[in-house]
Design a protein around this ligand. Structure first.
Ligand SMILES: Cc1ncc(COP(=O)(O)O)c(C=O)c1O
Length: 402
């Protein structure tokens, strides 16, 4: 590849997203990696055994993305692409030994929680859920005086959708002392905003579906680690369980990665503006965004992130009877649904991290834990003009006034 690890380490991430994962600088080589559609490779008889073998073991279209992501996360080994973020979650959870203890945020992404809960129900592991922002509570579960120590600490920071911020350095240190492997879901931050390996994590996870590919047209996941033993175990799991990436998706993901720095810069700036304005709107009961100085996770986020991401959550205030002509009033959840229906630019759809701004009331998903308030609206800020985004929100909120 054209960018060595040493070069990547000396360049800024804004440059690495553009320069990494390109073919060698040789006469007549393409400047972009080709899309390789083949389920098998020559490699028997007189042609030798070959390294690639079969399309479930490897694909040349995965390599540039896996290399670029590793360089961005500061890993010493190539990353591993998967069919989806949850396929990557499944692979990472396979590192927990039979009957081992998994400590996980009670507000992890709902799919990760469902998977861990089902594994625990089958007796494959013991699950301890914790408030990840409460460091003492997590420490107590990692190595309880009267219980078994954890085999794995799962971190997601900020969490989806509650935006709780974990003290990654302190928790990884304690987890390692207890003998646990630490996996950090870095989907919300991207390596441009937070580098969990540098903060002590052993494995970093991404739903590549989100910011890394960035255009809401791909479903993919990835894991990254500098530990050769862990990588070998993960690669084996991927090969045997078969949760591999389609080559076209991998190719699209690298194409999306090229603009990651611009997209993150714009969407983070817009999220900060919108959070500030929403925080004083009378229809907004409360707001969660680590970029606001009033947010409980603000100082911790400042100490371990290079920004605050571009997802924010509001809890809609209930509307009293008669206010805005609402006979009998409206619950916060109903006010949220009414506001979302009135939007013309924001897209009422799940997911996050795309160029377009997405909005949804999270509890419309039955898998979302009941501890997520039913009036909580998650907003993924895209790259549109921030004043257009604000005007749309303002008119939809004004619609609640009757
Ligand atoms: C934080 C986080 N991790 C993992 C996933 C799962 O990723 P995927 O939908 O690509 O399987 C998601 C999906 O929303 C997510 O938000």
């Amino acid at each position: 590849m054209s960018l060595s690890d040493a070069q990547a380490a000396s360049l800024s991430a804004e440059t690495v997203v553009v320069a990494a994962g390109r073919p060698p600088r040789e006469r007549d080589q393409p400047v972009n990696p080709p899309l390789v559609l083949s389920s098998t490779y020559y490699g028997t008889g007189p042609l030798g055994d070959g390294d690639r073998g079969y399309g479930r073991y490897s694909n040349p279209t995965w390599d540039p993305f896996e290399e670029a992501l590793a360089q961005l996360e500061g890993a010493e080994l190539p990353g591993l692409l998967y069919a989806s973020g949850l396929a990557a979650v499944s692979s990472a959870l396979s590192l927990v030994p039979a009957g081992g203890v998994l400590v996980m945020p009670s507000h992890s992404y709902a799919g990760s929680l469902v998977m861990a809960t089902e594994l625990a129900a089958k007796g494959f592991l013991e699950l301890r859920t914790v408030d990840i922002a409460d460091t003492d509570a997590v420490l107590a579960q990692l190595a309880p005086a009267d219980g078994r120590p954890a085999s794995m600490l799962w971190l997601e920071s900020p969490t989806n959708p509650m935006l709780g911020v974990a003290d990654i350095r302190a928790l990884t240190t304690a987890a390692h002392a207890a003998g646990a492997v630490v996996v950090t879901d870095n989907t919300f931050s991207t390596p441009l905003v937070q580098q969990p390996l540098a903060l002590g994590s052993d494995v970093v996870l991404h739903s590549v579906t989100k910011y890394l590919s960035g255009h809401s047209d791909v479903v993919l996941g990835a894991l990254v680690t500098s530990d050769a033993g862990l990588r070998a175990a993960l690669l084996h799991q991927r090969t045997i369980h078969g949760g591999i990436a389609g080559p076209f998706e991998a190719w699209l993901a690298l194409r999306g990665l090229r603009t990651l720095a611009l997209r993150v810069e714009r969407s983070q700036a817009s999220a900060a503006v919108l959070a500030g304005r929403l925080s004083t709107h009378r229809r907004v009961g409360s707001i969660r965004f680590p970029g606001l100085p009033s947010d409980p996770g603000h100082e911790r986020a400042r100490s371990q992130m290079k920004g605050f991401g571009s997802v924010l959550c509001i809890e809609m205030a209930p509307i009293a009877s008669g206010d805005g002509g609402h006979e009998g009033g409206l619950s916060g959840a109903d006010a949220a649904d009414k506001m979302i229906r009135a939007l013309k630019l924001w897209l009422p759809a799940t997911s996050l991290g795309g160029v377009e701004s997405l909005i949804e009331r999270r509890r419309r998903h039955t898998a979302e834990p009941a501890s997520v308030p039913d009036n909580l609206v998650r907003m993924s800020v895209g790259i549109e003009n921030v004043e257009d985004l604000w005007a749309d929100l303002e008119q939809a909120l004004a619609g609640l006034d009757g």
